[in-house]
Design a protein around this ligand. Structure first.
Ligand code: UD1
Ligand code: CA
Length: 457
């Protein structure tokens, strides 16, 4: 698409009561402004300018990789914000979409529709509008006798009669770039807020004899702005429903979709089942026939097919086909369960590979460890990978059987097909095929117990 876009993200968002600028707040793990930029990208918009101001040191890192950052040093109104992009978009002609960085639910389809509507009519501007039961606070669309858009009046400038109008400005527009920048020169700030209103451009274009159109939205939720924490929760609810509905339509089962939160970049295959209390965030993906939950959080974690991931927290981990996890497992960055492997109950794994079919079933900590195939790690076994200053590695060869309550003091290598006696503290390598055992020998004193009790009488 030939279109360009401006994303307005300079406002402070005082009603959020936050140290963070509003557009940096996250919805399902993604900053609000990123939702808007990504929607524009997905719509096929080539060039995006992002206007930043308040808290820009926190906003710029979120957008600089794929937008042209424009700094609006003083927030003098939406028209001033758009005007500050004049240089960044110099030479651009055609459809210029204006989006609010605090309206994260806008869809790529709607952006495309705005552009198409403008191009079909060769209009100066098409504004997306919505009918609201309670329009208070929004700019109102004022139409003439023939039903054509005449101008927009802001809440604070509206007469009582104008305030009765329920058709509102969503804050999304597609402009003819040249008509927009020409009109901006004529926008003043003689209004209730002393601001330069972008909405005044509509009346200016109409007076210049250009077509000014309104496109009513099919879904007012798309235009929901986030100005407070309550609105953030409301927008998140809409996003959750939209995302979950799309996954269910694609063949994912959810016992209770209200209790499942899935980020926008998560991929799920068909016949995945998601149980209540699940959060899937970042670039997480789950393959066919896997069951996730209940009570599970996966971030940037890849789950294969046919896995069971029950009451698990996993961050930057990999769970290959047929592996099982939990209940109550914690996979930290770099944990990798190979095909058919298991991390069971109260098991923590960090930066370690658990080989094909290997099992860590109960109460273990495995860190900086490479476990081969077909290994069994007994209950309560631990890699002692940290000496107080540095981390050290442990290797465990194929087919090894590690008895319960084994401490593996790293760096240490336990060979393939070894057996390690339960309760051992292993401080030296165990050679392939050997028994490694390191525990106090048991002794027995016959009749000792009876004598002890006699002595007490
Ligand atoms: C604006 C519209 C209103 C519409 C509403 C929809 C104007 C004058 N009014 O009102 O008609 O119904 O959106 O939500 O445009 N911003 C800047 N720099 C500025 C001022 C604002 O970047 O100097 C950004 C804000 O961060 C925000 C967006 O522009 O992302 C909208 O500004 P805001 O002040 O929230 O406008 P509203 O009063 O909501
Ligand atoms: Ca607003």
């Amino acid at each position: 698409m030939e279109a360009a876009a401006i994303v307005l993200a300079a406002g402070a968002g005082t009603r959020m009561k936050s140290k963070k600028p509003k557009v940096a707040h996250e919805m399902l793990g993604k900053p609000l402004v990123r939702w808007v930029v990504d929607a524009a990208r997905e719509a096929g918009v080539g060039r995006i300018a992002c206007v930043v101001g308040h808290g820009r040191e926190q906003v710029v890192p979120l957008v600089e990789r794929d937008t042209q950052v424009v700094v609006q040093s003083e927030q003098r109104g939406t028209a001033d914000a758009v005007a500050s992009c004049k240089e960044a978009l110099a030479g651009f002609e055609g459809s210029l979409v204006v989006l609010s960085g605090d309206c994260p639910l806008i869809t790529p389809e709607t952006i495309r529709q705005l552009v198409k509507a403008r191009e079909d009519a060769q209009a100066a501007v098409v504004v997306l509008t919505m009918e609201l039961e309670n329009p208070f606070g929004y700019g109102r669309i004022l139409r003439d006798g023939a039903g054509h858009v005449e101008r927009i009046v802001e809440q604070k400038d509206a007469t009582e009669a104008e305030a009765q109008v329920r058709e509102c400005n969503s804050g999304f527009y597609c402009f003819d770039a040249r008509a927009l920048f020409d009109a901006l020169e004529k926008v003043g700030n003689d209004n209730a807020q002393g601001e330069f209103y972008l909405t005044d451009v509509l009346a200016i274009c109409r007076e210049a004899g250009r077509a000014v159109l309104a496109l009513p939205t099919k879904d007012a939720a798309e235009c929901l702005g986030v100005n407070s924490r309550v609105q953030l929760a409301q927008a998140t609810k809409h996003a959750q429903r939209r995302i979950n509905a799309a996954h269910m339509a694609a063949g994912v089962t959810m016992l209770d979709p209200d209790l499942v939160w899935i980020g926008p970049d998560v991929r799920l295959s068909s016949d995945v089942e998601i149980l209540p209390g699940v959060m899937l965030m970042g670039t997480t993906s789950v393959g066919e026939d896997s069951v996730v939950g209940p009570n599970t959080r996966l971030a940037d974690t890849q789950v294969g097919c046919g896995c069971v991931v029950d009451e698990t927290v996993a961050v930057e981990a990999r769970i290959d086909d047929g592996a099982t996890c939990g209940p109550r497992a914690y996979l930290r960055p770099g944990a990798h369960l190979c095909e058919g492997a298991k991390a069971g109950t109260h098991v923590e794994i960090k930066k370690s590979t658990v080989g094909k079919g290997s099992k860590v079933p109960h109460l273990s900590y495995i860190g900086d460890c490479t476990i081969g195939e077909g290994v069994n790690i007994g209950a309560g076994s631990i890699t002692c990978n940290y000496d107080g200053k540095r981390k050290h590695a442990t290797t465990i060869g194929d087919g090894a059987f590690i008895g319960s309550d084994t401490m593996m003091v790293a760096p240490v290598n336990i060979g393939a097909h070894t057996v390690v006696g339960a309760g051992s503290t292993i401080t030296r390598d165990v050679s392939e095929g050997a028994l490694g055992i390191a525990r106090a020998r048991q002794t027995e004193i016959p009749g000792w117990a009876a004598k002890r009790f006699e002595a007490e009488d």
